[in-house]
Design a protein around this ligand. Structure first.
Ligand SMILES: C[S@@+](CC[C@H](N)C(=O)[O-])C[C@H]1O[C@@H](n2cnc3c(N)ncnc32)[C@H](O)[C@@H]1O
Length: 319
C-alpha cells in the first residue's frame, strides 16, 4: 500500500498492475529506477517507496503536461529524481550512450487517463473536440493532418493494421468523399463518417463503432510501435546485470513486439536453425521472468476497466 500522501487524486491515472510491477521489478534501496512513461507518476510513487530514501528515479514522458505531476511527485516523495521530457526511444538511447546505468526500467505504454479524459486532446470518440491525438502537444502532425493528407489507400492500411478494422476500406473511402467538401477538424466529423461508412448492424455491439479507427490513428500519430521497437534495445543496454525491464502493453501488436524481443534476447544465438554449430557467438542478454504475460485480476478490472487489456512482461539482464 502507498502512504496516504502518495495516493493518486480522483482524476489521476490509476496505475495498472501496480503491485505486480512492484513485486517483479523488485526495486531495492539505493537502486536507479527509470520510469520511461511517467504520466501521473502512480507507478513511480510505488517504486520510489521501495528506494527507502536512497537511490534515484529518472522520469521520462513526451507530454509536457506530465511535468506538473513530476513536480508534485518530487515534493511528496522527496526522492532524488529528474524529469526528462521527450520520446522514450530517443531519451533511453541518449541515457544508454552516456553510460547511465539502471536497475529497473518501466514502460507502461499508451495514453494516460488524463490524456483521454481531457476533451481538447482529441483522443476520445465520446466527445466532440479538435482532431488532435498527439501525446506530445508540441509534435508536428495531428490526427487531422493524417485524416486530411494520407491518401485513401494509406488510411485503409492504417485502420486495418493498427485497428484491425473490418470496414477499413469503406471508412477510408467515406473520409475521401467528405474531405473533398470540407476538411476534417473535429473528432465528431470523423465519428459521423465512420458511422456512415459501416453497415447498420455493425454500428451496434463490440463497443463504439469508432473505437478501432481512433486507436489506429492514435498509434500512427504517435508512432507508438516504432517508439517501442527502438526503446527496448536501449532500455536493455542501460540495465545493469541483474536489472529488470517491465513492459505493460494494451494491445496485441505491442505485446507481440515485446514477446518476440524478449524471446530473441533470451536465445542469444542468431545463426540460421540449419547451422550445425553456432558461429555467431551471441550470448543470451535477457532471462525472461514472466513466461506468460501477467494479466490484471477480475478485482482490478472491476475497479479500473481501463486495465482490462493490459499485459505485463518482465525480463532480467543476464550477468
Ligand atoms: C499509460 S500512461 C503511464 C501512466 C503512469 N504509469 C502512471 O502510473 O501514472 C503512458 C504515459 O507515457 C507517455 N508516453 C507514451 N509513449 C511515449 C513515448 N514514446 N515517449 C515518451 N512518453 C510516452 C504518455 O504521454 C503517458 O503520459
Amino acid at each position: 500500500m502507498l502512504p496516504n500522501a502518495l495516493q493518486p487524486s480522483a482524476t489521476d491515472h490509476i496505475p495498472v498492475l501496480a503491485e505486480e510491477v512492484r513485486e517483479l521489478l523488485a526495486v531495492e534501496r539505493g537502486n536507479t529506477v527509470v520510469d520511461a512513461t511517467f504520466g501521473a507518476g502512480g507507478h513511480a510513487a510505488l517504486l520510489a517507496a521501495d528506494l527507502h530514501g536512497a537511490g534515484k528515479l529518472i522520469a521520462i514522458d513526451r507530454d509536457p503536461a506530465a511535468r506538473s505531476y513530476f513536480e508534485r511527485f518530487r515534493r511528496r516523495t522527496g526522492v532524488s529524481a529528474r524529469f526528462l521530457r521527450g520520446e522514450f526511444a530517443t531519451v533511453l538511447g541518449q541515457l544508454a550512450q552516456n553510460d547511465v546505468k539502471a536497475d529497473a526500467v518501466l514502460l507502461d505504454l499508451g495514453v494516460s487517463s488524463m490524456q483521454i479524459d481531457q476533451p481538447t486532446r482529441g483522443f476520445s470518440y465520446a466527445v466532440d473536440a479538435p482532431l488532435d491525438m498527439r501525446m506530445d502537444s508540441t509534435a508536428e502532425a495531428t490526427a487531422a493532418d493524417y485524416v486530411n493528407e494520407l491518401d485513401e489507400r494509406e488510411l485503409e492500411i492504417v485502420f486495418r493494421r493498427y485497428g484491425e478494422e473490418r470496414y477499413a476500406r469503406s471508412i477510408a473511402r467515406e473520409i475521401g468523399r467528405r474531405r473533398r467538401v470540407e476538411r476534417f477538424e473535429r473528432t465528431g466529423q470523423l465519428v459521423d463518417a465512420i458511422k456512415a461508412a459501416i453497415p447498420a448492424p455493425a454500428r451496434f455491439g463490440d463497443g463504439h463503432p469508432a473505437r478501432r479507427v481512433f486507436q489506429a490513428l492514435r498509434i500512427a500519430v504517435n508512432d507508438e510501435l516504432g517508439q517501442l521497437d527502438q526503446a527496448l534495445p536501449a532500455a536493455v543496454e542501460m540495465l545493469r546485470p541483474g536489472g529488470r525491464l517491465a513492459v505493460i502493453s494494451f494491445h496485441s501488436l505491442e505485446d507481440r513486439i515485446v514477446k518476440r524481443f524478449f524471446r530473441d534476447e533470451q536465445r542469444g544465438c542468431v545463426c540460421p536453425p540449419d547451422f550445425p554449430v553456432c558461429v555467431c557467438g551471441r550470448e543470451p542478454v535477457l532471462r525472461i521472468v514472466t513466461p506468460k504475460a501477467v494479466r490484471p485480476t477480475a478485482r482490478e478490472t472491476a475497479v479500473n476497466p481501463r486495465a482490462a487489456s493490459a499485459r505485463l512482461r518482465v525480463a532480467e539482464k543476464t550477468e
